[in-house]
Design a protein around this ligand. Structure first.
Ligand SMILES: Cc1ncc(COP(=O)(O)O)c(C=O)c1O
Length: 468
């Protein structure tokens, strides 16, 4: 590249400004569908172009089509942060271009992953016999956990598969009615069939009812079905409810069923004094997923699977062709390709390591606690307002609420569109017990009281206008 050093400096300046002032952009992109595609040529350039020309098009064409997740007014889905140390680590990781498939292909990538995941495990008060591995997303972590559960429960599924086998009973996987759709996708992909997933009803605070789980397992066994795994969620996607992991773990241990805990969003809160209870019972789980890219200030993507039976994951996935054999492979080093479907894998541990070191445990706890304080404050405004009411308890940093007087989806949608049209904030929605609910999710490191106050003002104004 022509003068890489100069462009790198310019980009670093731009990134530093962006990370401090991303609110100068409208949080939600306003481009029309197809606008970005139409503004770009149909074919790649025949001849290389100068970086200035590429950069101009990035600013002119690409940037307007960005929805700014790294913006303090981003309150949709689960709000996240690509923090400065994590961004720098990504810069480095791209330059190093490491593929951490074997210990040999970068010992530091493997060993830094071991060390960093041991640090995180301690912060979350998880036992030392949980071995950790980093994947891209929680969907993939859960897929690997359920693949291991399948490996453990079904004889020679690796060799013989499932199709056409009379010796394999139909199986069941259980999760609450509020569990994430990644569980459905894993069950489908593992060849168990979507009908193998049994969703257990939740109580009026959206937590799985363990008695109904126990009954479902007994019922399935009496019909010749084999219970394979239970997925308990700590921080469900819609309302962030916490399933009673301890009671579920007791059932799983009695029934000899694999327990996977999906703590993708909320698991990190266990490091905050007073919130340790959310992972009560998780020590007895077989596997647990937590996503530093959700609420631990680590740029997307970074998901951690902890597993007490990582050898079962290896039994499911390990396969070493001749061209990947190494002498140290015989002497017990860990080759990360053995614990997953991917061969090549990014050096994601670097960003998590830099994030943990930069903030320190007390810095991380302080940010998480502040997000939860802001959520409680917003919830208090909602609870005492004439316009809105709470739609769910607020255990963490997400507030679900709805209009008091007008219950139609259309009225809610109008309010949401007006608020999001402001460009200052971006909220999303869900349905709870069939009723529309706004979701305000706090997770950006620069979100402060002024941002949630502004969101509440915009919501009130939109609600006033919609009732005229
Ligand atoms: C509870 C829960 N589990 C899993 C996922 C999937 O996460 P990912 O995008 O990392 O696959 C989500 C996403 O929001 C989630 O809320």
């Amino acid at each position: 590249m022509d003068d890489f050093r100069q462009h790198a400096h310019r980009l670093a300046d731009w990134i530093a400004d962006y990370l401090e002032h991303s609110e100068n952009y409208p949080v939600l992109s306003r481009v029309a569908p197809g606008a970005i595609r139409d503004a770009l040529p149909a074919a790649a350039p025949e001849h290389g172009e100068p970086f200035d020309a590429i950069w101009n098009d990035f600013e002119r064409i690409v940037l307007p089509g960005i929805t700014h997740w790294n913006h303090p007014g981003f309150f949709a889905y689960f709000a996240i942060t690509g923090s400065a140390p994590g961004v720098l680590a990504e810069f480095l990781s791209a330059a190093l271009n490491v593929q951490a498939m074997l210990w040999r292909t970068s010992p530091a990538a493997t060993e830094l992953e071991d060390v960093t995941l041991a640090w995180l495990r301690r912060l979350l008060h998880l036992p030392d016999d949980f071995e950790g591995v980093i994947y891209d997303t929680a969907s993939i972590s859960t897929l690997h956990a359920l693949a291991a559960a399948r490996e453990a429960a079904l004889p020679d599924v690796r060799g013989e598969g499932l199709a056409g086998r009379g010796d394999v009973p139909r199986v069941r996987v259980y999760c609450s009615e509020h569990a994430h759709s990644s569980v459905d996708k894993a069950v489908m992909l593992l060849g168990l069939g979507h009908s193998a997933l049994r969703r257990i009803p939740a109580d009026d605070e959206f937590r799985m009812d363990p008695e109904q789980l126990a009954r479902a397992i007994t019922d399935d066994r009496s019909r010749g079905r084999l219970p394979l795994a239970v997925v308990a969620t700590v921080g469900t996607t819609s309302s962030t409810s916490v399933d009673p992991v301890k009671a579920i773990a007791d059932i799983c241990s009695r029934e000899n069923v694999w327990l996977h805990v999906d703590a993708a969003y909320a698991g990190v809160a266990a490091m905050v004094p007073g919130w340790e209870w959310i992972l009560d019972g998780a020590a007895a789980a077989d596997s647990l997923v937590v996503n530093p890219h959700k609420w631990l200030f680590t740029p997307f993507d970074c998901s951690v699977l902890y597993c007490r039976r990582m050898d079962t994951v290896r039994e499911a996935f390990s396969l070493t062709p001749e061209y990947l054999r190494t002498s140290e492979g015989e002497s017990g080093v860990r080759n990360l390709m053995d614990t997953g479907i991917q061969l090549g894998r990014r050096f994601r541990a670097l960003k998590l390591w830099m994030v943990l070191r930069h903030f320190g445990a007390d810095g991380l706890r302080a940010h998480l606690a502040e997000h939860m304080r802001l959520a409680r404050l917003f919830a208090a405004w909602v609870a005492s307002s004439d316009q809105f009411e709470l739609a769910a308890p607020v255990p963490f940093s997400v507030v679900c609420f709805r209009l008091r007087r007008d219950t139609t989806d259309e009225a809610h949608q109008r309010v949401l569109d007006a608020v999001n049209g402001s460009g200052e904030v971006f909220l999303s929605h869900t349905k709870l017990d069939g009723r529309y609910a706004f979701r305000l999710a706090i997770g950006h490191i620069r979100t402060a009281e002024q941002h949630i106050r502004r969101a509440f003002e915009l919501l009130n104004r939109a609600a006033d206008n919609s009732s005229i």
